[in-house]
Design a protein around this ligand. Structure first.
Ligand code: SF4
Ligand code: SF4
Length: 280
């Protein structure tokens, strides 16, 4: 049995707002792409009550576009939470400098998504190197491996690697399933490190004990809580709502009920029994 994870992680999709409209965005069919978490005192109080150590991983949409983004980050840090972010990295230098300063006491992973439909790989790298010169936490770049973009990714990965930035690849998804790549494309994806460098495209841990629901949570902008992304998709293992008092945190690892696991956090942090041995 995988041991109790000392630091839990909340993936908080704090808004659906985004300034980009990527052709492969998994959220492009959402009814409302202008929503954001409004009751910040309610969210902050709920996060404060979580027992033990937690990282709050902010994502969206584009989380930097939340109207009270930096204020929220500052309050979470003051609570003693580590703050990580997944961003398209389009914010101004002033805002990014402020983010680095505010998170300095407990900086989590800064994950910058390269969207080649909006920015060139060279411009993105230049900005990343500037940011890396003063950001105190780990920094990674990611890129969705659409079939059209796949051929240029080995070279880009090498250029980024030489510059000291890890460029991780994410398989393209359609309706949250990995698209049908050809065998040759799958080989290329694996050679590039697989999904987020895990070595796999998609794995199944069904039946294995997983700490998601107890030490990993998905929270949306309305406060709805799910065990993990596949649980949210299946509309099962809803854990209540953070804002109306109905949220109940799991207490222990439970068997995984899902055919495929699209969450990298539990896998990468050793929260899934035997997960690191599986190659999908
Ligand atoms: S930046 Fe991310 S959230 Fe925004 S449109 Fe692109 S993939 Fe979707
Ligand atoms: S799908 Fe992944 S995160 Fe969810 S319970 Fe299964 S192993 Fe854990």
């Amino acid at each position: 049995m995988t041991p109790y994870p000392l630091e839990g992680c909340v993936s908080w999709n704090m808004n659906t707002v985004c300034n980009y409209r990527c052709s492969y965005c998994t959220q492009r069919f959402l009814d409302d792409r202008k929503a954001w978490a409004r009751d910040l005192p309610g969210f902050l109080e709920a996060f404060r009550r979580l027992p033990g150590q937690w990282e709050i991983k902010l994502s969206g949409g584009e989380p930097f576009l939340h109207p009270q983004f930096l204020e929220t980050v500052e309050r979470l840090i003051q609570q003693g939470r580590r703050v990580a972010v997944v961003t398209n990295f389009s914010s101004s230098p002033t805002v990014l400098e402020r983010y680095a300063a505010v998170t300095a006491p407990r900086p989590g992973v800064f994950s910058a998504s390269l969207h080649l439909e909006y920015v060139s790989a060279a411009t993105f790298l230049e900005k990343l190197l500037w940011f890396k010169s003063f950001y105190r936490g780990p920094l990674v770049a990611t890129c969705v491996a659409t079939p059209a973009q796949l051929p240029q990714l080995p070279e880009l990965q090498e250029i980024y690697q030489k510059a000291g930035i890890s460029l991780k690849i994410q398989p393209q998804k359609e309706d949250r399933d990995v698209i049908d790549y050809s065998d040759a494309e799958e080989l290329q994806l694996r050679a590039l490190g697989g999904h987020n460098g895990t070595g796999r495209l998609e794995a199944s841990f069904r039946g294995r004990a997983c700490w998601a629901g107890a030490r990993y949570l998905i929270v949306d902008h309305r406060g709805e809580v799910w065990r993990c992304y596949p649980a949210r998709r299946a509309r099962s293992e809803r854990l209540g709502n953070l804002l109306d008092g109905s949220f109940r945190l799991g207490m222990q690892a439970q068997p995984c009920l899902y055919e495929f696991c699209s969450c990298t956090v539990p896998f990468q942090r050793g929260m899934v029994d035997g997960g690191r041995d599986v190659r999908g």
